[in-house]
Design a protein around this ligand. Sequence first.
Ligand code: FAD
Length: 371
Amino acid sequence: MVYDVAIIGAGMAGASLAAELHHRQSVILIEAEDQPGFHATGRSAAFWDECYGGLDVQPLTTASGPLLQAPSEDFASDSFLRPRGSLYIGRSDDEAGLRAFYSKFTAQGVRLEWLDHDQMLNHIPGLRTDWCFGVRGPDCSDIDVAALHQAYLRKAKRNAVDLALRARLMSASRSNDIWSLQAGNETIEARIVVNATGAWANDIARLCNASPIQHNPFRRTVAQVQTAPLAPSFLPLVIDYRGQFYFKPEGQGRLWLSPHDETPSLAMDVAAEEMDVATAIDRLENATDWKVERVERSWAGLRTFSADRKPVFGFDPNQPSFFWCTGQGGFGIQTAPAAAKLCAALIEERSLPEDLKGIDPAAFAPGRFIT
Ligand SMILES: Cc1cc2nc3c(=O)[nH]c(=O)nc-3n(C[C@H](O)[C@H](O)[C@H](O)COP(=O)(O)OP(=O)(O)OC[C@H]3O[C@@H](n4cnc5c(N)ncnc54)[C@H](O)[C@@H]3O)c2cc1C
């Protein structure tokens, strides 16, 4: 059998695209691991925030909001979002930067509020006085990442997408317009190959002789900690405007805390380093009156960016049956619904659906890296 589309990688990017390719006759999702979602997808901090990822990413995040908030009944019975709110905090030196940040995003239609220190204390009791200004995003939400990923895999299955697990793509060749893919013990044939392999994007591009569009994986650490006094469960997602840390509550008295690290890494299964966890704790204790009593667990994952930190969506100009769905960086969950619909429309040569109006696919095209 020759599949119309073979998607390599069954993380959030590959699974969501597989689910949205319903106009195609035959699709296979090829995953190296025993379980889809083992890498970046299974390690995220699970928030949807329209400012996170920057102005170029915001339209994809915003367009994904309603799809996550109120999914159609046949997709999921519950919303994937729970209200959290965000608060970007800054010191006196950050005022100009924070005001520019506030203006840029409000001009895009994002709901934001400017807060002074006393107003911030209502949201973050224990915040030290040197944090003078904040920008609050009332619409920021927690995302149920596992439920979203599973819903996409279920939808793909309903649409007769085949799933091959323990099937690492090892080699690829193409003749008579058909790819022959050696994946695990199988040889799979397909007309179009989609690269949705996150940190492994460069490897797959090399195997398929596609354009050398550089993708860089960076390690990001999260620790689940208990504090004294107990951190309240109503806290927003708190992000240092300068990108030194973020934290959000995970149940009563627990925080998910990150030093906002971005350490270059090889594509691999990464783990948290003690020094990064210690840095995160130090930064939290400098920003608030809380003490970390216990680190309950910690983990790390790879966030993979293209050179301009925008995702790469589209057919390769030099290898037209090779499609890029890569570079989702730190926003691949919150943008997945819109990104999957956009990529599916490009692959099936349809116009973009109504809910993506205003998004220009050219902004994400791989051709921007090819001279
Ligand atoms: C600590 C952390 C916090 C984050 N927090 C957030 C957040 O709050 N909100 C948000 O939106 N995003 C967040 N992200 C980013 C988000 O997790 C990623 O953008 C997203 O998961 C990327 O999905 P993916 O499918 O591209 O990659 P992955 O989930 O890594 O999937 C790629 C898949 O490709 C497979 N693969 C690789 N090579 C091969 C091969 N040769 N053959 C077959 N399969 C192969 C891998 O096994 C893997 O399963 C965070 C990331 C990290 C690390």
